[in-house]
Design a protein around this ligand. Structure first.
Ligand code: FES
Ligand code: FES
Length: 159
């Protein structure tokens, strides 16, 4: 076990965890940030996606300790001052979810994409999001949501 500090959603939190414990486990089980979902646990589904320094990252594949120097943003950290981020709002407006299990990961992957690329083409959206799986098959509405968010003046803005 080791003691380290994580920067999660703008707050510094001290964590005591083994060097093998995943960031996903620490977020969900120690910090109670359960918006980040456990899907496959093997990097194949995208349900556990969070932002590390702005980049979409599978939190089931990285140890929490290795994220100690990064700015971590989870779905709980996207809204600011009670206002949903543009990507969150676009998912809501487009009704881009059914059971919602994939939604946090989808929103964080889309946020990362829109940080890197303003006004992506449909092909670029599909390519950026293809690692995020939706068992409910809401892909057309997810695509619509990302397109809507890409038209927002503040795009994927987050912390
Ligand atoms: S739970 Fe991490 S990619 Fe599936
Ligand atoms: S909305 Fe159910 S898995 Fe995507």
């Amino acid at each position: 076990m080791g003691d380290f500090v994580l920067n999660v959603n703008g707050a510094h939190v001290r964590v005591n965890a083994s060097s093998e414990e995943t960031l996903l486990s620490v977020l969900r089980n120690r910090l109670n940030l359960t918006g980040t979902k456990y899907g496959c646990g093997e990097g194949q589904c995208g349900a556990c996606t969070v932002l590390l320094d702005g980049r979409a990252t599978r939190s089931c594949l990285v140890s929490a300790e290795s994220a100690a120097h990064a700015k971590i943003v989870t779905i709980e950290g996207l809204e600011q001052d009670g206002k949903l981020s543009p990507v969150q709002q676009a998912f809501l407006d487009a009704g881009a979810f059914q059971c919602g299990y994939c939604t946090s990961g989808m929103i964080l992957s889309a946020t990362s994409l829109l940080h890197e690329r303003h006004n992506p083409t449909e092909e670029q959206i599909v390519e950026a999001m293809e690692g995020n799986l939706c068992r409910c098959g809401t892909y057309p509405r997810i695509l619509d949501a990302v397109k809507r968010a890409s038209r927002s003046p503040v795009q994927g803005a987050s912390r």
